[in-house]
Design a protein around this ligand. Structure first.
Ligand SMILES: NC(=O)c1ccc[n+]([C@@H]2O[C@H](COP(=O)([O-])OP(=O)(O)OC[C@H]3O[C@@H](n4cnc5c(N)ncnc54)[C@H](OP(=O)(O)O)[C@@H]3O)[C@@H](O)[C@H]2O)c1
Length: 330
């Protein structure tokens, strides 16, 4: 394969939004490598997805230590993608990784200790062939480890130059408030919170989003398509090759319930009336909220990614459309 060269017009169509009250702008749509970039996936397919993403202005690529499967393989594959050309644009890329879930055996390969976070980031940097990541996350709160230890490790990682910014993921509002306070004491502000948020999962709305806005912390919404359910693909059953059908996918068949499908069908009709696909409307619906810095999509094909990018062409909703959506989602 020839060395990749990026499209000269890559910044023409993407929208960039400020991450909280920081200096960093993120693309409204970012690409996550949780699925589709592992050792079980096809290199020629996912390298093309990464190239099309960057060619369309997606500057932010999100990873974690254990993305694959197998654990670590998404980072290794991303390292290969960087070596094949994307890496020449390192200063135009925002690369994130995380530690917090199960990664290696024994007591030091999981949760939130300083021991785990420090070692894990070193391993991630090696796998990707990087000197630093742009954002390093505590992937989940650890009820057994003092938040001072976990946040202290994040602050030291920034001081060591191994990450430019830090973030937290899957912390509820109360846990977030504590983590932000500790980071503030270290004079390393929390850049961003990565939380699951979609039309089908709105746990962030009552407390977390108002808190992040007040504290000037950005928010990146993961699984904005509810792992593919907020598209037209499950309307007539579970197709082969979909995430719900694959043994390596995190979406279980049982999660695609008749109750959800009936809502999805109504949402799909509304999307059609708006001249969008359901995927486009589901992303646009999140982006209408200025507190959401970016939506973090996954894609198993270039066609899905280009569909998702079209969401940016219409993120405005009429009052009646929003009311219809509320009544469908209730
Ligand atoms: N912090 C955390 O704890 C956490 C947890 C989960 C995810 N994340 C991050 O968020 C990223 C995105 O999560 P996600 O993959 O669940 O996001 P998602 O965008 O909700 O789901 C992506 C999946 O939906 C399907 N899809 C995407 N676009 C489509 C389209 N236009 N039409 C039809 N189907 C489409 C594809 O699945 P098929 O295989 O069925 O084609 C794709 O792999 C992850 O990669 C990761 O970076 C973080």
């Amino acid at each position: 394969m020839e060395m990749y060269k990026a499209n000269d017009n890559r910044y023409a169509d993407m929208v960039y939004r400020r991450c909280g009250r920081s200096g960093l702008l993120l693309p409204a749509i970012s690409l996550g490598l949780w699925h589709n970039f592992g050792s079980v996936d096809v290199f020629s397919n996912f390298i093309q997805i990464a190239h099309v993403a960057f060619d369309k202005g997606i500057t932010h690529f999100d990873l974690a230590n254990n993305y694959g499967p197998v654990y670590g393989s998404a980072e290794e594959n991303f390292g290969r993608i960087l070596k094949k050309g994307l890496g020449q644009y390192r200063d135009e890329l925002v690369i994130s990784t995380k530690a917090g879930y199960d990664m290696w055996p024994g007591p030091y390969g999981n949760w939130g200790s300083r021991k785990y976070l420090m070692a894990s980031l070193d391993q991630s940097l090696k796998r990707m062939g990087l000197e630093y990541v742009d954002i390093f996350y505590s992937h989940r709160p650890d009820p057994q480890t003092p938040v001072e230890e976990t946040m202290g490790a994040l602050a030291d990682i920034v001081r060591q130059g191994k990450a430019l910014y830090v973030g937290i993921s899957n912390y509820n509002a109360e846990q977030t408030e504590k983590a932000l306070a500790v980071l503030r004491e270290h004079r390393v502000p929390c850049l961003i919170h990565q939380a699951r948020y979609s039309m089908l999962d709105r746990w962030t709305e009552p407390d977390l989003l108002p808190l992040l806005e007040q504290e000037g912390v950005g928010m990146i919404a993961f699984s904005p398509l509810a792992q593919g359910m907020l598209t037209d693909k499950y309307l007539n059953g579970i197709p082969e090759n979909s995430r719900a059908a694959k043994s390596t996918g995190h979406l279980q068949r049982e999660q695609v319930t008749e109750e959800k499908i009936s809502k999805i069908r109504q949402l799909n009709d509304l999307a059609k009336q708006r001249g969008q696909t359901l995927a486009e409307m589901a992303l646009a619906w999140l982006l209408k909220d200025g507190r959401v810095t970016s939506v973090l999509v996954g894609a198993s094909s270039v066609a899905q990614l280009t569909d998702n990018l079209k969401a940016l062409q219409n993120t405005a909703f009429l009052k009646e459309e929003l009311q219809t959506i509320e009544s469908i989602l209730q």
